[in-house]
Design a protein around this ligand. Structure first.
Ligand code: ADP
Ligand code: MG
Length: 420
């Protein structure tokens, strides 16, 4: 295994499924009825636009939560869920008829409890109507790295609950499920996140990124054609832990709202207008009136929406013009600069990772991805340069920061599925 690289993609899904079924049998004495599977994600472009009504362009990645499920054990109270995380080697029990928050030691079950609760809240599924379940889950989505292991866990849970209730997968309204899972994260777990993560985990498409209008929830799959173009999608985890408090994120949200309110008032637009509703020209029209910080935040969001739509346009045009691929890459670079200078959510280590990538021939584009203050970069790299990338970027990064970055090569995969 190369330095700094994790290669669980060499462990095929078939192997993981077989091991999970076996472990389920050992633990519960029978085979699971089905396995629910949902992917993590990496966002190609469109950062911090989701709570501003804007556009995001994520990819569902070949790192997934696998959740093996059977009905409750005989004699168990109605609605009992016995759940084990194979990764944590921890077991917990709760009841679908009494969905309270978990004690601190079982905090990870809040994602599962929260989804059951939110499906009920949204009127999609009455958790109390289910007999209960035995669940064994396993995941290879890196946790807390900004690749959305939490959304993968939520979507896998939601699909499992629908399957337990007897709904065929085709009858599940996936955008509604994504909204319910977002509610679980916001209203039950207590993390203030947008709709992107759950949406892409539920609706991702093979070899494609999904353009999502986070306000209307219109979406379309845009084929990436990376294999045909000899390109690889690479994420690098900076190993700088996410800042644990949510203050940076909440502050950015507030600053964006302040800018949107100011713009709405100035241009006589509806009071609930979002930054999505304004263009750069309108923003520049208030440059000397709006406070500098909300102005910069708004400039990031407004230009990021434009970059996202432009990136999609170039892809959908099949990079017809010889310069289009480089233009596409430059949009990623500009996105990073905007996050660094205007939105101020990068950290020096992540800036360095991006800079090292850009210095390498064969790198089409590189930027930070995810919420910020640490986490991952996303890179589009020519296949022939991947080894070079591994050696030079990771090594130089370690020399300069003392940190061991991890590199992941991703494929774009299908959103959540039920494996019978
Ligand atoms: P991210 O979504 O960026 O990976 P979060 O903090 O939002 O980070 O979600 C990570 C949390 O999700 C973990 O702390 C844990 O509670 C839960 N989780 C993720 N994967 C698993 C797993 N395999 N087993 C149990 N809990 C998990
Ligand atoms: Mg998360």
């Amino acid at each position: 295994m190369g330095q700094g690289e994790e290669k669980p993609e060499e462990i095929t899904q078939e192997t993981r499924l077989a091991a999970l079924r076996q472990a389920f049998k050992e633990r519960f004495g029978l085979l699971p009825q089905f396995i629910s599977r949902a992917p993590g994600r990496v966002n190609l472009i469109g950062e911090h636009t989701d709570y501003n009504g804007g556009f995001v362009f994520p990819v569902a990645i070949n790192r997934t939560v696998l959740m093996a499920v059977a009905g409750p054990e005989e004699g168990a109270p109605v609605g009992q869920v016995r759940i084990i995380s194979k990764d944590y080697d921890k077991e917990a029990v709760f009841n679908l008829n009494q969905l309270d928050k978990a004690p601190e030691a079982e905090r990870w079950t809040n994602y599962v409890r929260g989804v059951a609760w939110a499906l009920g809240q949204r009127g999609l599924l009455a958790p109390g109507s289910l007999p209960g379940a035995r669940i064994l889950l396993e995941s290879n989505v890196p946790q807390g790295a900004g690749l959305s292991s939490s959304a993968a866990l939520e979507i896998a849970t939601a699909l499992a609950l629908f399957r337990l209730a007897g709904f065929p997968a085709s009858a599940v309204n996936r955008p509604q499920v994504a909204l319910a899972c977002q509610l679980a994260e916001n209203g039950f777990v207590g993390a203030n996140t947008g709709i992107m993560d759950q949406f892409i985990s539920a609706l991702g498409r093979t070899d494609s990124a999904l353009l999502i209008d986070t306000r209307s929830l219109d979406y379309r799959a845009v084929p990436l054609g990376f294999a045909d173009r000899s390109l690889k999608l690479i994420a690098v985890n900076s190993a700088v832990p996410h800042r644990h408090d949510a203050s940076g994120y909440n502050q950015r949200r507030a600053e964006c709202e302040e800018a949107a309110k100011f713009l709405a008032n100035f241009y006589g637009k509806p009071a609930d207008s979002q930054l999505r509703d304004f263009n750069l020209e309108e923003l520049l029209g208030v440059e000397d009136k709006l406070a500098p910080v909300p102005f910069k935040r708004a400039r990031h969001v407004i230009t990021e929406d434009a970059r996202t739509l432009k990136a999609v346009e170039l892809l959908e045009g099949g990079f017809a013009n010889p310069a289009d691929l480089a233009t596409f890459g430059r949009l990623l670079g500009q996105s990073h600069e905007s996050m660094r200078d205007d939105f101020e959510i990068t950290v020096p280590q992540v800036d360095l990772l991006v800079e090292l990538a850009w210095n390498l021939p064969g790198v089409i584009g590189a930027r930070m991805t995810g919420g910020g203050f640490g986490g991952c970069t996303v890179n589009v790299v020519e296949t022939a340069s991947v080894e070079d990338f591994r050696e030079k970027v990771l090594l130089e990064y370690r020399q300069q920061t003392g940190l061991d970055a991890k590199m992941y090569i991703f494929d774009a995969v299908e959103g959540g599925t039920i494996l019978e």
